[in-house]
Design a binder for this molecule. Structure first.
Ligand code: PLP
Length: 370
């Protein structure tokens, strides 16, 4: 059986990285977040392409992702591991030059210990929590560490970060509160380590403006086409095109016939249906189930009935007969120029991020714009 075709435009991803970079003053560096295999798009292809465009700093989520990154990125790329390291993984970080983002005093202690054992000068990053209450040293903990700074200093911190909780909502008061908490913490940190670099903004944080930029920004979603400022004109372009192959076309004229599992859709007039390959195991419930349509021969074709694990049914009655694909052929587009990730996610009440990361691994992936 033919597969769905997921086309990933690497040149568009590089252009998005540059579009984000153009918002920064020259002293601010633009990194790339490539965790979860570049949000599902294939970090082994995406990251080297960004490296060629000039990106030298990459963020992954786990030590294992970092070890993979070492295989596909040149040695002078800096790789940060956002969740720090689990016990026993310190040596992997030291040996493969992964910079763990340490989030607790417990991680700092293990890092110090591992560096001593290995007689290593390996650096780390440190994360403080300024209002998201997820990963990071809380402010009280951080102040204790600064009061007795030997532990901090023994870890060789080179980057100090925090993460914004509400940056996609420009008017949210937490944005300013987090900014001022981070500034305050950064000041303390700089007293101890004058050279340390600072980083606060993700994709949406970059759009909040220069005060949020510091030395390094960490965009992820914007690189992959998600509008970092929902509600405003986007500064990035779509990077995906997804087409599902039509497996079977059927004419249904029997009144009262029902479509799909649980018979949720009932036919009340003669229709032509196309059964396309690709279902909720391929992220389609997030896409077509949400927008409720695909595109065939330039015509919007609605989804009917429940989306199955492997297939989705479209009502293609509105497509003129002369434009129907030949028997056994044809594709229905579910992401592309006329259905971008922001439209699909808005309709789904989902995040663009959820759509990207739920695409699964069954599509035939084509990378263009190398
Ligand atoms: C995922 C992540 C990012 C990237 O966020 P986007 O919203 O995708 O730009 C940046 N920083 C941290 C700490 C993250 O976990």
């Amino acid at each position: 059986m033919r597969d769905g075709i997921l086309t990933i435009d690497l040149a568009a991803i590089r252009r998005n990285w540059s579009a984000v970079g153009r918002r920064l003053k020259s002293a601010t560096e633009c990194a790339a977040v490539i965790k979860a295999s570049a949000y599902g798009l294939g970090s082994e292809r995406v990251a080297p392409s960004l490296y060629r465009a000039g990106c030298r700093r990459f963020f992954v989520a786990t030590v294992d992702e970092g070890l993979s990154a070492r295989a596909y990125l040149p040695a002078d790329a800096t790789v940060y591991v956002l969740a720090g390291m689990a016990p026993g993984r310190e040596a992997d970080c030291i040996e493969r030059q992964l910079i763990p983002v340490l989030v607790s005093a417990e991680q700092l202690q293990r890092w110090r210990q591992a560096r001593r054992q290995a007689a290593s000068a390996a650096p780390c990053a440190i994360k403080v929590d300024t209002g998201m209450t997820r990963l990071g040293l809380d402010m009280e903990e951080f102040e204790h560490l600064c009061a007795e700074p030997q532990l901090l200093l023994d870890c060789n911190p080179v980057l100090f970060i925090s993460h914004l909780a509400c940056a996609d909502d420009v008017d949210h008061p937490l944005n300013r509160r987090q900014l001022s908490a981070f500034r305050q913490a950064a000041q303390q940190m700089r007293r101890l380590c004058p050279q340390i670099r600072l980083s606060l903004a993700n994709s949406s944080g970059i759009c909040l403006g220069e005060p949020w930029h510091f030395d390094l920004v960490r965009p992820g979603g914007a690189l992959y086409g998600v509008n970092p400022q929902p509600g405003a004109d986007t500064i990035v372009e779509p990077v995906l095109d997804l087409k599902l192959p039509i497996v079977q076309v059927r004419e249904v004229s029997r009144p009262g016939a029902t479509v799909g599992y649980a018979a949720t859709y009932r036919i009340d007039r003669p229709v032509r249906l196309a059964v396309a390959l690709g279902g909720y195991a391929d992220g389609i419930h997030r896409i077509a189930g949400a927008t409720g349509f695909g595109v065939l021969a330039g015509v919007k074709v609605p989804v009917v009935g429940r989306i199955s694990m492997d297939s989705t049914i479209f009502d293609i009655s509105a497509v003129p007969a002369a434009q129907l694909p030949p028997p056994g052929g044809g594709h229905i587009q579910v992401l592309g120029p006329s259905i971008d990730i922001d439209q699909a996610s808005a309709a789904a009440g989902a995040l663009g991020y959820e759509i990207l990361t739920s695409l699964g691994d069954r599509y035939h992936r084509r990378y263009v714009g190398e």
